[in-house]
Design a binder for this molecule. Structure first.
Ligand code: AP5
Length: 228
């Protein structure tokens, strides 16, 4: 770990919201605006599953049940990824932290580098909307771009507009598992929203609007906080 010889993690933005809130959909525009890298713990786990690594095999059992992967495994994976050179400008953390121990571990690791979370964004969307988004979602196997069969269909069925990769439906988007993920979110992740609210760095954005309207609201929020 070259923390003492690098500039460190310069800007850290946390993107929060329940499953299906639109975190992955909005992440690209935020990263382009802030010139930081997009780190999604869900994407990192799915990549490990695809590659069949020991981490992937462990994570898969939790993901398929709609449960969270244990904190120790998740924190170690995220911090290792954050230490790579492409994150030296900072990062947008999508789907992390999701428990209070993860939030505390992140804070401690950042403090050790003279850094901190600059902003936590919470995308708020009602439960019924989330379930309909998850059941119609398609995802690219190669670049993780997301589509929705009604709200944002690809130009060619089952093919990614961005890279031509094959689209698939995530096993954890089945209704029963999606419902359970939302329950887990309420129990374990809502306290993290309050954690950042108490620190005075939380900004709430209405995610129940068109993709374009959400993107504009996010840009306004970044400018208001002068991180954009
Ligand atoms: P992860 O991949 O992070 O899933 P998630 O948080 O449940 O979030 P999603 O990817 O489901 O939703 P999203 O908010 O990105 O929505 P999207 O933009 O795709 O995690 C998966 C699993 O990995 C977890 O269950 C857990 O097991 C494990 N894991 C990950 N992180 C972990 C952690 N920190 N600790 C422990 N375990 C962890 O949009 C959804 C759909 O809606 C798409 O079809 C999209 O096209 C559509 N849509 C988006 N915006 C709009 C809009 N404005 N209007 C209409 N449709 C829209």
């Amino acid at each position: 770990m070259a923390a003492t010889t690098r500039r460190g993690w310069e800007m850290i933005v946390v993107l929060m919201g329940p499953p299906g809130a639109g975190k992955g959909t909005q992440a690209k525009a935020i990263c382009a605006e802030l010139q930081i890298v997009h780190l999604s713990t869900g994407d990192l786990f799915r990549e490990a599953v695809r590659e069949g690594t020991p981490l992937g095999l462990e994570a898969q059992t939790y993901m398929n049940r709609g449960e969270l992967v244990p904190d120790a495994v998740t924190v170690a994976m995220l911090l290792e990824r954050l230490d790579r050179p492409d994150a030296s400008n900072g990062a947008l953390l999508d789907g992390f932290p999701r428990t209070l121990p993860q939030a505390e571990a992140l804070e401690e690791a950042l403090r050790a580098r003279g850094s901190r979370v600059d902003l936590a964004i919470y995308l708020a969307v009602p439960r019924e909307v989330l379930l309909s988004r998850l059941s119609g979602r398609w995802m690219c196997r190669d670049c993780s771009a997301t589509y929705h069969e009604s709200f944002n269909p690809p130009t060619v069925a089952e093919q990614c507009d961005r890279c031509g990769g094959e689209l698939f439906q995530r096993p954890d988007d089945r209704r029963e598992t999606a419902e359970h993920r939302l329950d887990v979110y309420m129990e374990q992740t809502v306290p993290v929203i309050e954690y950042y609210r108490r620190k005075g760095i939380l900004v709430e954005v209405n995610g129940d609007q068109s993709r374009e309207a959400v993107e504009r609201a996010l840009q306004d929020a970044l400018r208001a906080r002068r991180v954009g």
